[in-house]
Design a protein around this ligand. Structure first.
Ligand code: ABF
Length: 253
């Protein structure tokens, strides 16, 4: 089911030209409308989720929200939330989360997701699996007809020990889909690998053909010893808020 909110009309002469960041913020603001005082919240990672955290900080500072407590999905989000005076806790102290809000890298028509290009997939999956509701916020560039179909990475977090062995095994699993596997680098121009908040590496899988059966693929990946988590988030999102040039759409199952 899709509900469309049109904060502006594309036909209107005065329709604003929206940047990618404007779209992310529109989706974030719409999602925050579901936050109520007193909630335990899962706080996502990434540039779209950062707008959510900003908005929560703002609503707390004006007193429009009170008594919320957040569980961050990365060190980055933890720092951002702390700087905005958002009270924080952990899954150890609060194992039941009312609502998690997070971004995604790919969203398919079933509301299944690829996540983790921001490197925070393990904590995101733990937090979002513990949430009664999980709202995804994204701009319309994230919509795909099949997972793995964007041509961008599908991340898998692996232990550092013999990572190459697992890279080869992961690539081998998806030979039929023309899969290419690459170790993620730190991105500072060096050859150093990217290290997650949990001290692991990430192998990014690139598919020529989208994944046909996400559940089967997820199972096969998880069965490899040394794989910590994968970026397929299946059947987890309760709704997806997509912002595009024509407005904000809320997709629910
Ligand atoms: C997190 O941030 C990740 O799961 C996903 O990889 C990424 C999306 O980032 P952005 O909102 O910056 O596109 O939600």
């Amino acid at each position: 089911r899709t509900t469309t909110y049109k904060p502006f009309s594309i036909k209107s002469q005065s329709a604003p030209v929206l940047s990618q960041d404007d779209l992310k913020k529109l989706a974030a603001d719409k999602a925050v409308e579901s936050v109520k005082s007193g909630m335990v919240l899962g706080l996502g990672t990434g540039s779209t989720a950062a707008f959510v955290v900003d908005k929560l900080g703002q609503l707390l500072s004006t007193g429009e929200l009170s008594n919320i407590i957040g569980i961050p999905t990365s060190k980055r989000t933890q720092e951002q939330a702390a700087s905005l005076n958002i009270p924080l806790t952990t899954l150890d102290s609060h194992p039941h989360i009312d609502l998690a809000i997070d971004g995604a890298d790919e969203v398919d028509p079933n509301l299944d997701l690829v996540k983790g290009r921001g490197g925070a997939l393990l904590r995101e999956k733990m937090v979002e699996a513990a949430s009664s509701a999980f709202i995804v916020v994204a701009d319309d560039s994230k919509l795909v007809s099949g997972l793995g179909g964007s041509g961008l990475a599908m991340p898998v977090e692996v232990v550092q020990f013999c990572w190459k062995y697992n890279l080869v095994r992961l690539q081998g699993l998806f030979k039929d889909l023309g899969c290419d596997a690459k170790l993620r680098l730190a991105g500072d121009g060096s050859e150093k690998p990217y290290v997650t908040d949990n001290g692991n590496y990430i192998v990014d899988l690139y598919f020529k053909t989208p994944i046909k059966d996400g559940f089967a693929a997820g199972k096969e990946i998880s069965a490899l010893e040394g794989v910590v988590e994968h970026g397929l988030f299946l059947g987890m999102a309760t709704s997806v808020i997509i912002a595009g040039k024509t407005g904000v759409e809320v997709m629910t199952k």
